[in-house]
Design a protein around this ligand. Structure first.
Ligand code: ITT
Length: 198
């Protein structure tokens, strides 16, 4: 029987990517089981926020057997001193959508006097069970550009060219992104941990 993993996210892009990368596991989102609820992400690192989300959902499920997996991620742009970082989801303000956040990042890089910048994505994944929490990280380095291209992926993907590529993540196939992405790398480590659980 496949192991059941419950995702702790409200981001549809993450759900699609994680499900595609977790062959052999039964992956549900927590909103398939209980009503969605607001989780205050007030940590000061990706890891802190991943832990907050995994714990909140584990507790809300009230199921001792649950394996809950959360992802806290974002993009850090060098010429902006690492912004938006942990604030990536609300860079253009609380409730901003992907398009508004991307536009704000394009404008911020231009306002700093650049057309592009070295940048990287980070993903912290937390796994919560009745025995406690484990965390892992993954990174993807590349360039943030101010002329977005493509409509694949989500978030800032149309303005990010991974190292070694010429296309943006908005143009590259999903399988290519998953192989090299921050989330893909963190998930490979997360699977090792999950495979040691009950
Ligand atoms: P949950 O907290 O409910 O999981 P969220 O969208 O609020 O959903 P985060 O707080 O982790 O998630 O913020 C991540 C943001 O970083 C996300 O909204 C995107 O803007 C960006 N991001 C993260 N991974 C990305 C990826 O693979 N491609 C593009 N943008 C990404």
């Amino acid at each position: 029987m496949s192991k059941k993993i419950v995702l702790a996210t409200s981001n549809k892009g993450k759900v699609v990517e994680i499900k595609n990368m977790m062959d052999g596991f039964l992956v549900l989102n927590y909103t398939d089981i209980i009503a969605p609820f607001h989780i205050e992400e007030d940590g000061s690192t990706f890891k802190d926020n991943a832990i907050i989300k995994a714990k909140a959902v584990f507790e809300a499920l009230g199921d001792d057997e649950a394996i809950v997996l959360s992802d806290d991620s974002g993009i850090c742009v060098d010429v902006l001193g690492g912004a938006p970082g942990i604030y990536s989801a609300r860079y253009a303000g609380v409730g901003a959508n992907d398009k508004e956040n991307l536009q704000k990042l394009v404008e911020s890089i231009k306002a700093a006097g650049f057309e592009s910048s070295p940048a990287h994505y980070t993903a912290a994944i937390a796994i919560a069970t009745k025995d406690g929490i484990s965390t892992v990280h993954g990174h993807m380095y590349g360039t943030a550009i101010t002329t977005p291209r493509g409509d694949r992926g989500f978030g800032y993907d149309p303005m990010f060219i991974p190292e070694g590529f010429e296309n943006t993540l908005g143009e590259l196939d999903d399988e290519v992104k998953n192989k090299i992405s921050h989330r893909g790398r963190a998930l490979e480590l997360a699977k090792v941990i999950i495979n040691t659980l009950y």
